[in-house]
Design a protein around this ligand. Sequence first.
Ligand SMILES: *Cc1c(COP(=O)(O)O)cnc(C)c1O
Length: 409
Amino acid sequence: MNYIRLKKNNLLVDNISASSLVKKYKTPFYCYSYSQLKKNFYDFVTAFKSIKPIVCFSVKSNPNIALLRELKKMGSGADVVSIGELLKAIKAGINTKKIVFSGVGKTEEEIRKAIEKNILLINIESESEAIQINKISKKMSKITSVGVRLNPNVVGKTNKKISTGSKDDKFGLNFNDCINLCKKINKMKNLKLDGLSVHIGSQITNIKPFKQVLVIINKIIKKSKINFKFIDLGGGMGISYANNEKKLDLNQYAKLVKKFLKKKKSQIIFEPGRSIVGNTSALISKIIYIKKSNKKNLVILDAGMNDLIRPALYKAHHKIIPLKKNNKQILRNIEFVGPICESSDKFLNQKNFSKIYEGDFVAITDVGAYGMSLASNYNTRPKVAEVMVSGSKHKLIKKRQSLESLVNS
Ligand SMILES: *Cc1c(COP(=O)(O)O)cnc(C)c1O
């Protein structure tokens, strides 16, 4: 069951009707289901329970600190890609021995902080970075645990803009460079090579690329003769956005990893983002105007691409549902758009939709991952509020940015 769903033509989030929330919170706002978050995290852990992975939630998918605190309570670690995310994860109480640091361009300041905080792994993406981390570690009289990020040249069959594991992408090291760098790192006195990491992209719903990655990792292990303490398989597990879209079968993935681990002592790390938070949130928005144009009904929302950029940036599909569904009448040929001065500020086309009027409310669904985290102030619009519903209770977990703060800078 999904905790954000229509029940008797009313949109419910956990046990609260979204219609009651719009009386308390100004739209647009992100509304999260705590029950869904908990279900997703524990479903993930359960699917992989035979291999007991360290689950490092990908903070970039959703950096809300209240959400991070909840995930921490469930036992999550964190995958961070900046000093800001690192400090936030620590502030949320996440054990530093469950934090991994990824990214192609870590600065000296970021590396220093990661070393100072004794995190589990810094995943290295180039020889220059290895030299830099070794140098900083030496200055700090530390021996730093690092991983090497392999670019397995596996195409995740996902949107080009969210693919990271093909040889043309900027991430990681190709097969031979990876092995050579492992050898070099083993000679660097202030580095300890503990991990091998991969992350091939996001929203991958087919098991095949994950299977191919495991084959390539096996080859690296054989050729380098290194028994990595940690194998970090990254994230990328796809979820279902459209009605007929299948999500990645985590149980099938778990079977593959279990087989892969036979005769190995490595500990698996995962860095899921989207699969943990994607379907935990809806962006609740008000219809400002409905304008007829070329036989189309343009439904102009108070939410725009600055609040949710995925449709404009990735052509991502997000279902839109009314807070109160009208079963009897329909509105045809709808285009949901935002108020931003950009033609790409569009959310969705619908042939048929429940009859809606100006002043009604709708929910843009499955926006928990890369929704708020990619929001901007474009058009001098404040970032919207975030609300968490748990059972029959709701609370503000992030305030709407004040207009003054924007107007004065
Ligand atoms: C973005 C990212 C993730 C999370 O990916 P999802 O598709 O959200 O699961 C994990 N690891 C790394 C290195 C990333 O860059």
